[in-house]
Design a protein around this ligand. Structure first.
Ligand SMILES: *[C@@H]1O[C@H](CO)[C@@H](O)[C@H](O)[C@H]1NC(C)=O
Ligand SMILES: *[C@@H]1O[C@H](CO)[C@@H](O)[C@H](O)[C@H]1NC(C)=O
Length: 486
């Protein structure tokens, strides 16, 4: 026994050393990856902006155009890129989207290789714009404020360093639409290849129609043509939204709903949290106008501060945050947070005064008691509550949402409304406001099994688990990416 212990000691030491060394190498690699992904792409300020690599990693790894992201390694990669663009433009000429007589613009060209390629193949009236101009091919100009008159160009091109890296894609698109002649072509290269991002991009270019989309060398090439009058790609018309096939596909790829009522919901839902497939885990969320998070009734610590800020994958986007919280106890907390707009109302189906019942008397020993869990109830005269009732303003959440966000925006909603979800969700569906929501985290309140007292259900809510499941299933069935929240 003694000898074994003795001889094995140096091995343990050796193991520890090897592990420490591997750890150091890992840390180094992680930092390297961080610099590649984050430092090459500046995050537009605010504390809601975090390192998230999906999109940037894609952009960095795309073959030919990748060199463009580093500003081009002068001669060799310059020639390489010119060849690459020559072949791209040759194809576009062959297909009839570009011709030697075209007046052409390359937007946000880095070293002017795309402009040079255009001229080389005979499109002589070509120019580029960039914030780092190099005369005579590349003039000073920002993509969101092009230094040209309306209806100037027959052809505009945005390479991988253009629209993909723009922090204001909606403005980028409207400027391109403005300077393009009617029936002119806009060609964009993007690293984003899923159907969702194509759809988002088309929504931005609402003065254009999609001609074609294809893949070359790991990059998607999209050809659009300017038309007169707005196009409606997604078409939330009046109160109905169309549900394109890709949305059903996303829902099929999401985590399945929990079909059986959990006996230990507090455990099941914690586990489910780890299984959740967020939309940004599945698709590229670039090409949206704004990024918006709406937190409906819950205290800051548990949702915005803890979960959304730290855990929701944001692909490096800065989000506008709206907090809808009627309980005064939590409002101070919201007010002190930067970048959070507080709406001191309770989300409801119409504008009307409600009573926010907060029972401070224990009703039974099993009652879960905490401030703010009182249910919204319509005006009622029961005097037993009178001294504990706060008069509050309910507001029409669906109408508000339709006024604040548009279908070009990326909208995440978390809703924990103490049972009102059975009114609010149908109202969102009925008004079409549901179509504006990209992803919703919904807590459904039912008479769940209690942690404290095995075999006893919570008396706080009357709805059953089956009713909740019905709500989730019908949302998913109509194309809404909903997740079960705990
Ligand atoms: C140019 O187009 C924009 C919108 O596309 C329009 O608002 C503006 O009035 C136009 N300018 C001129 C000089 O026609
Ligand atoms: C409902 O209340 C909100 C918030 O005060 C307000 O913005 C909105 O105009 C009201 N809607 C109606 C129909 O009164």
């Amino acid at each position: 026994m003694d000898t074994i212990t003795f001889t094995s000691k140096p091995n343990i030491l050796g193991n520890i050393l090897v592990r420490l060394l591997s750890f150091a190498i890992l840390v180094f690699l992680a930092r390297f990856a961080y610099f590649l992904t984050v430092r090459t792409n500046s995050c537009p300020s605010t504390d809601l902006c975090f390192f998230s690599s999906v999109h940037q990693t894609l952009a960095v790894s795309t073959t030919a155009a990748a060199a463009a992201l580093d500003g081009g390694d002068a001669a060799t990669s310059g020639a390489h890129l010119r060849n690459y663009y020559s072949s791209v433009f040759h194809d576009l000429i062959a297909e009839g989207y570009l011709s030697p007589g075209s007046k052409a613009l390359c937007i946000e060209t880095l070293a002017g290789n795309d402009v040079a390629a255009l001229i080389e193949i005979g499109v002589s009236d070509s120019v580029g714009i960039s914030e780092n101009p190099s005369a005579p091919l590349v003039l000073y100009g920002r993509p969101v404020k092009q230094p040209f008159d309306n209806n100037t160009f027959d052809f505009e091109f945005s390479g991988i360093s253009g629209l993909d890296r723009s922090t204001e894609p909606a403005k980028f698109a409207s400027e391109a639409s403005r300077t393009l002649k009617p029936a002119g072509f806009f060609v964009v290269h993007t690293a984003a290849k899923d159907a969702y991002s194509l759809h988002s991009l088309l929504n931005l270019f609402d003065f254009c129609t999609l001609i074609r989309s294809r893949e070359i060398d790991g990059i998607r090439e999209i050809v659009l043509q300017k038309v007169n009058g707005k196009q409606h790609f997604s078409g939330i018309s009046v109160n109905k939204c169309s549900v394109p096939g890709y949305k059903h596909e996303l829902i099929r790829n999401a985590e399945p709903l929990i079909k059986e009522e959990p006996l230990k919901p507090w455990i099941t839902f914690k586990k489910n949290l780890r299984n959740i497939r967020h939309l940004p885990d599945m698709v590229d969320i670039s090409f949206r106008n704004r990024y918006v998070y709406v937190d409906v009734a819950r205290n800051y610590g548990s949702s915005i501060g803890g979960w959304f800020k730290n855990q929701y994958p944001k692909q490096n986007k800065a989000f506008d945050v709206y907090a809808i919280e009627a309980d005064k106890a939590f409002q101070e907390e919201y007010r002190s947070k930067k970048g959070v707009s507080l709406l001191p109302y309770v989300a409801w189906v119409r504008n009307e005064t409600l009573f926010f019942g907060i029972s401070r008397k224990p009703i039974g020993k099993n009652e879960e008691r905490s401030r703010g869990v009182g249910r919204v109830q319509a005006v009622q005269s029961s005097s037993s509550f009178a001294d504990d009732l706060d008069r509050i303003d309910g507001f029409d959440f669906a109408s508000w949402l339709k006024g604040v966000v548009s279908e070009r925006d990326y909208v995440v909603v978390k809703m924990d409304v103490e049972g009102s979800e059975f009114y609010l969700v149908p109202r969102l569906v009925e008004t079409g406001a549901i179509c504006l929501i990209d992803e919703i985290f919904l807590k459904c309140h039912y008479n769940r099994w209690q942690r404290c007292c095995p075999g006893e259900r919570s008396m706080k809510y009357q709805k059953t688990y089956a009713r909740c499941l019905e709500l989730f299933s019908s949302l998913r069935g109509s194309g809404v990416l909903v997740h079960q929240w705990w």
